[in-house]
Design a protein around this ligand. Sequence first.
Ligand code: MG
Ligand code: ZN
Length: 215
Amino acid sequence: MTQLPVVKHILAANESLAEENRALLRRHGIFGLNIMASPGAGKTSLILATADRLPAGLRPGVIEGDLASSIDADKIAAKGIPVIQINTGGNCHLDAPMVGNALKHLPLAEIDLLFIENVGNLVCPANFALGSDMNVVVAGVPEGHDKPYKYPGMFAAAGAVVLNKADMIDVFEFDADYFRRGLEMVNPTANLFVLSCKTGTGVPEWVQWLTAQRG
Ligand code: MG
Ligand code: ZN
């Protein structure tokens, strides 16, 4: 059985490149977020809603990871936010080399808060360090309240969990307590934010917390 050592080797190589990314971000005083979720949970919407409400002097930048297309990157660029698109060509997660390459093309001196939008996938992205300061997992109400139980690895690695589309809690009969208990089981220290990017409810509290994390 030779597969395990190969995987370990790949992860070790990724980890050392993630350290380089981390050092580069630190040199520029950039706080980096690795935003992970299943497709359609609202990663791009959260980035846009957050960027809209950042205090003056906290400048956003975005690395936009997608299997294909530049639809999300175009939305971000339309707001005047520096953005680099990574098309993974079918790869199901971002890795440190991809992010390192994207960082070469961003105006790092003009960015304070970097959002790295990972590929929509709740399984493997958490296994690949990118050099960010914090993992953020976004879950959408329509996906169901059992996500922390079904994808513990992703939720366990999160510094913050955003439950988006809170305006649909009643429509989907979403059991928020069940979701919260599941999250507490796999990650007792994660900060949970229940919000709606559509209505804006809960977004200011999230932005305030996030801003404080950067220090
Ligand atoms: Mg997106
Ligand atoms: Zn993957």
